[in-house]
Design a binder for this molecule. Structure first.
Ligand SMILES: Cc1cc2nc3c(=O)[nH]c(=O)nc-3n(C[C@H](O)[C@H](O)[C@H](O)COP(=O)(O)OP(=O)(O)OC[C@H]3O[C@@H](n4cnc5c(N)ncnc54)[C@H](O)[C@@H]3O)c2cc1C
Length: 381
């Protein structure tokens, strides 16, 4: 019997399912994708979007077209509530979409806790990735000789990559006077010592000032207020203090992990409502604590796709095996990178070339052919 399968969010964990949509539709199912925009941006290339290493068209998937070309419907909107008993998704617009099965891949947010009621206009949380593009546009298009003092709050991988790529943007535009990283702990606190010293050396080359052991209390009107009473004055602030799942699942009374991720079993299926599935940053797998990194969203693709079809057709579901550790390569903005795997770290241009190759191969695998060609100039700036 024909079922209605709804994908909520066209994120990294849904890409395989979106690539094989034609088969799902051919099998007689109705499919809908709901997302706030026609494009989904690949976060691994986000810092490079800020510095201009990548053009927007190189780092995004046209998820609307992926859905529509393959026989699914696309609904532009944001799901704000789930009613699992009526099997209904409620959108910000008030519209309701009913489902037989739904899969969530809506990502995460930077907790807004540091932002007071008046954070000021130039504050950019590093998620969604589109914020980085907006920041780049603002710096490049600003007029009247205006310059910026950039402050990056958070010294983890995202914070370090953002600061380094701001260095490149500063060199390109001449409009960023200073760049400061403010970090509660040492930068890259979970990394081996060697990676930390490589990052410090790289940031020093970009003239980035590093304030470590400096906990931020709040951000208002561009000023970053520290717990110790002092402040860092800026007019371009990036917030990279980590991520957490969006409040959608908690607000809907669905089972969640501690930080609000949809609680799923090792088949990526909600522990309470078997017709709900999920992948990526927005889920918590019961008994399998995972870092919220894109690597796992990517690894979940195949099982999520197979299990959604199996569920619709009453076949047994497969277990997700997260695999071993993962490789991280930081983009340092100058054509070099820091490679880290477990306790091992090295840097250089080979590291960035490897990252660039892996990221571009991933894009090529899922982007529609010709997606990066023939776009208006503004899309490629
Ligand atoms: C600067 C930066 C660099 C990073 N670099 C790396 C890296 O190199 N390697 C790595 O492994 N990880 C990296 N990460 C982590 C990575 O961002 C996340 O783990 C990854 O994006 C998770 O993918 P996702 O598909 O779950 O979520 P997302 O990429 O956030 O995708 C979620 C999608 O859902 C849509 N959506 C959101 N809300 C709704 C809603 N309510 N209704 C419908 N649709 C919705 C969004 O528009 C988006 O398209 C980086 C993070 C940052 C911030």
């Amino acid at each position: 019997m024909s079922k209605h399968l709804v994908f909520v969010g066209g994120g990294h964990a849904h890409l395989t399912a979106l690539a094989f949509l034609r088969d799902t539709v051919r099998a007689g199912h109705r499919v809908t994708l709901i997302g706030p925009a026609p494009y989904h941006y690949y976060s691994g290339m986000g810092p490079g979007l800020l510095s201009g290493i990548y053009r927007p068209a190189e780092a995004r998937f046209h998820v609307r077209k992926m859905a529509e070309d393959r026989g699914a419907a696309f609904v532009e909107g944001r799901v704000t509530l789930v009613d699992p008993f009526r099997r209904a998704l409620i959108l910000e617009s008030g519209r309701e979409v009913r489902y037989d099965a739904a899969s969530f891949n809506i990502g995460s947010e930077v907790p807004p806790d540091l932002l007071g009621p008046s954070p000021g206009g130039n504050v950019f949380p590093v998620k969604p990735v589109e914020n980085l593009l907006e920041a780049r546009r603002m710096v490049r298009e600003t007029s009247g000789g205006r310059t910026f003092r950039a402050v990056v709050v958070g010294g983890g991988t995202a914070g370090v990559e953002i600061a380094a790529n701001l260095g490149r943007l500063a060199r390109e535009t001449g409009r960023i006077e200073t760049i400061t990283i403010v970090s509660r702990s040492d930068i890259l606190a979970d990394f081996p010592d060697k990676a930390r010293s490589l990052a410090r050396a790289s940031l020093a080359r970009w003239k980035v000032e590093i304030l470590e052991g400096a906990a931020v209390r709040s951000i208002s009107r561009g000023t970053v207020h520290l717990e110790n009473g002092s402040a860092v004055d800026g007019n371009l602030v990036f917030v990279a203090v980590g991520i957490r799942p969006l409040p959608l699942f908690r607000n809907s009374g669905l089972p969640t992990g501690e930080d609000g991720g949809l609680l799923v079993n090792d088949r990526l299926q909600c522990v309470m409502h078997p017709e709900l599935f999920g992948g990526g940053d927005c889920i918590t797998i019961e008994g399998i604590p995972l870092d919220r990194v894109g690597v796992y969203a990517v690894r979940e693709n195949r099982i999520l796709h197979r299990n959604l079809l199996a569920f619709l057709e009453g076949r047994p579901l497969l277990r997700f095996n997260p695999g071993g550790g993962y490789l991280l390569i930081l983009n340092l903005g100058d054509g070099t990178g820091i490679f880290r795997r477990k306790g091992f770290a090295w840097d250089g241009s080979l590291a960035f070339r490897l990252k660039n190759h892996l990221d571009r191969s991933f894009m090529k695998k899922f982007q529609l052919s010709g997606e990066t060609d023939g776009l208006p100039a503004k899309d490629n700036a």
